[in-house]
Design a protein around this ligand. Structure first.
Ligand code: F3S
Length: 755
């Protein structure tokens, strides 16, 4: 299964030369991030310094990881690229398609029945093209990657926004759209705008109830969901060294919630301990030989303001536990102040569920700390007031936790142990305790808490916290419970207090697993047949998108002017729609159904300029498509934030939307639009958003002259015949304009492979 030590040795062998050259070219000491970036240039040894936040750079990642929901479309695309094998070590992980309901055994069996077609497809494509395959139940992609594939100083991409989790083991690991992954699988470079750098200096040491999770909850509160956009966060300082490797993973994981490209930590003893505990002594030995390249230069950390674009300092000794939410992960509130805030805002105080685990927080340390609280509940005769659910991150973690009696403690509290999979974190949760849209509160140790995320209910108020805090809150059943100061009444009517959590960084008896769930691909996959039924509801082979006709786009109609937050969940909802991730036409029926129409503040209710009637977004768009009329989607700030799914770009493209014009984009989504041959534009003057009216027609006056750094001019024709002319900015470089011309990046790859 395992990591490729020869590949890692190769990376380390070139590091000395590349890092030294980069230091010389840049002309100053280097951060760790720069060392990793400059030692992974597509063209090898660096020859020029790049400008942060400006230059697009081609990189050569060491690895790719895909999860089952995004892998379907990525691999359907890769199949079109005309290759025998993936060019870069790749793995596929089946974790998103398993619904949590009654517990691991039954849930996994049901998923293996209901998603058999998809799992079989992924297994056979993996086998054919040399891709490692992790079966359903083997674990959540990022936990499996951290335990098996991540290595200090490496670079990886993954078709999931929480790929960034591997920063906990000193990687630059970035979540990308399937289209980016397809490029790299097909032997092409991966392009990224050279990021800005945010340094996070950690001093002191965690203590008491405060956990690694609280570091990122605090950072999210400081930077907000947009604050990390276009930047890599590099954590350093004595405080960083005091954190466990998996705790670092948690912090990096939730860097996705502030829009960061990724986050990383320098190689240290905690990483070495984790590598050795996960049976990777040879990587630790190799990493020790190039240690100085696996962390930032000392001068950088001594005077960080001189080397980072922004510096944040957090004293871990003073950090308090937080709960963030509801509906957004950057609404940070220290525990103890939440009761008051909840009362003011009408958030339900009663907590119905406490959910522990996910790719964010299911390490041995997390489970032991949370179980130390659960154990107290058993010992002190406290019956939990909320339901408990646990999603272990991998079979290795689950097996080890079961062996060490940790899961038993939760079971004694009637917790449901779900499959080693995403479950409620991605809306795969058949929840029966709440009917309809009933207002309710849950707490979880996941990363994301957007509206409807966990259970599809817009009135579920989800709060994010550390596993131990989730355990305490779930036992109390109250959002205003502060375990540091409050007491609880037990079954004997006695007042009891929960002691501070205790955990173990790593299992004293080592990790253990019987059936990891890994399938290695066959040596020669040529004869392996990949079957996709033409009548399948869930899988559909792709047709190439039409190339640009080279003309100006005229007479385009407004499909929707989205108001406020419009995440990839709003554009292409998860939950039950995950079922259609491999079938473009079917999943297109969820396009933008979660976006709020600025004109009536309703979701999935837009005006058709053809009939004058109101209807669902996909239905109205299909009318335009049928009539051969191009359309435009207008959006607000940070449009497309959230996940890396390229469906959010492919679906509008498939349905005939030509342009997405917004105040600002989330990075991955903007790239995805470009890859799929769409025009992703931003208002040159944000206030022009207000000029857009419900019956508007868009005429692109100078699209014919589409060129890098050249604004585009758009004439808006309003219903009364009056017009406004506005300017739009774009970030397309020459190569990306080629994608646009060809109709998609994949069309261009195919053309090049055919040469
Ligand atoms: Fe899965 Fe949730 Fe992580 S969906 S990959 S557990 S963010």
């Amino acid at each position: 299964m395992a990591f490729d030590i020869d590949m890692i040795k190769k990376v380390y062998a070139t590091m000395d030369k590349r890092v030294n050259k980069a230091r010389e070219i840049v002309g100053k000491p280097l951060t760790l991030t720069e060392k990793i970036l400059y030692s992974h240039l597509w063209d090898g040894t660096p020859t020029k310094a790049f400008t942060r936040g400006k230059d697009y750079v081609d990189f050569a990642p060491d690895r790719i990881a895909c999860q089952d929901a995004t892998a379907q479309m990525a691999l359907l695309q890769f199949m079109q690229a005309g290759r025998d094998n993936v060019a870069v070590p790749t793995t596929v992980h089946c974790d998103h398609l398993i619904q949590a309901k009654s517990g691991a055994t039954e849930d996994l069996k049901r998923a293996n029945d209901t998603s058999k077609e998809v799992f079989d497809f992924l297994e056979s494509v993996s086998n054919k093209y040399g891709i490692g395959f992790w079966k359903p139940g083997a674990g959540i992609i990022h936990q499996v990657v951290l335990e098996n594939y991540a290595f200090p100083g490496g670079m990886m991409i993954g078709t999931d926004s929480h790929t960034v989790n591997a920063g906990g083991l000193g990687m630059v690991a970035v979540g990308v759209g399937g289209a980016d992954a397809v490029d790299v699988m097909a032997g092409m470079p991966w392009e990224l705008k050279f990021p800005k750098l945010i340094g996070v200096k950690l001093t002191g040491e965690l203590n008491g109830w405060t956990a690694s999770k609280d570091v990122i909850l605090k950072v999210a509160g400081i930077l907000t969901v947009k604050g990390g956009t276009g930047a890599i966060l590099e954590y350093f300082g004595e405080g960083a060294k005091n954190l466990s490797c998996t705790g670092k993973g948690t912090i990096c994981n939730m860097g996705a919630e502030i829009g960061a490209t990724t986050s990383t930590f320098g190689y240290d003893d905690s990483m070495e301990r984790f590598l050795r505990a996960t049976d990777r002594n040879d990587i630790a030995d190799e990493a020790n030989k190039v240690k100085s390249h696996l962390t930032g230069d000392p001068e950088v950390y001594a005077k960080p303001e001189q080397y980072f674009d922004q510096v944040i300092e957090i004293n871990l000794s003073e950090l308090r536990p937080h709960l963030n939410g509801p509906f957004t992960p950057d609404l940070a509130t220290p525990v103890g102040q939440l009761g008051q805030k909840a009362k003011e805002n009408g958030w339900p105080i009663k907590v119905d569920w406490g959910l522990i685990g996910s790719c964010t927080n299911s390490s041995y340390e997390d489970l032991t700390r949370a179980s130390s609280i659960a154990k107290q509940a058993v010992d002190k005769k406290l019956k939990p007031k909320s339901d408990f659910g646990i999603n272990p991150g991998s079979e290795q973690i689950r097996y080890t936790a079961e062996r060490d009696g940790i899961l038993k403690i939760f079971e004694d509290l009637d917790a449901t142990i779900f499959t080693n999979a995403c479950g409620p974190c991605i809306g795969q949760w058949d929840r029966s305790d709440v009917k309809g849209d009933e207002k309710n509160t849950i707490v979880h140790s996941f990363n994301r808490n957007f509206s409807k995320r966990a259970d599809g209910n817009p009135n579920t108020h989800a709060f994010v916290g550390s596993p131990e805090m989730v355990a305490a809150i779930a036992i109390s059943g109250r959002l205003d419970f502060d375990p540091m100061n409050d007491t609880l009444i037990n079954e004997d009517g006695e007042e009891v207090k929960l002691e501070i959590p205790k955990g173990l960084e790593l299992p004293p008896l080592g990790f253990e697993v019987k059936e990891s769930g890994y399938l290695a691909p066959t040596e020669n996959g040529r004869s392996v047949e990949v079957k996709v039924s033409p009548t399948s509801e869930r899988l559909q082979l792709l047709d190439p998108f039409e190339p640009w006709d080279g003309g100006n786009l005229t007479n385009a109609k407004l499909l929707i002017k989205a108001f406020g937050k419009c995440t990839t969940d709003h554009i292409s909802m998860a939950g039950p729609w995950l079922r259609y991730r491999g079938h473009l036409d079917n999943i297109a029926n969820n396009t933008l159904i979660g976006a709020v129409n600025a004109f009536n503040k309703k979701t999935n209710f837009v005006k058709s300029q053809l009939s004058g009637e109101y209807g669902g977004v996909p239905d109205v768009q299909r009318e335009y498509k049928k009539a051969g009329i191009p359309t435009v989607v207008v959006g607000d700030h940070n449009y497309g934030e959230g996940s890396s799914r390229e469906h959010a770009a492919m679906q509008p493209r498939h349905l005939g939307v030509k342009v997405v014009l917004v105040k600002s984009f989330a990075r991955i989504h903007e790239t995805n639009l470009k890859k799929q041959g769409m025009l992703g534009l931003t208002f040159a003057n944000e206030a022009d958003y207000d000029l857009i009216q419900e019956d508007d027609t868009f005429n692109f006056v100078d699209l014919k002259d589409f060129a890098p750094e050249k604004q585009l001019t758009i004439e808006l024709v309003h219903k009364d015949g009056s017009t406004d002319t506005i300017k739009a900015n774009h970030t397309y470089n020459n190569a990306q304009i080629e994608w646009y011309k060809e109709g998609s990046a994949l069309n261009l790859i195919k053309k090049e492979n055919a040469k």
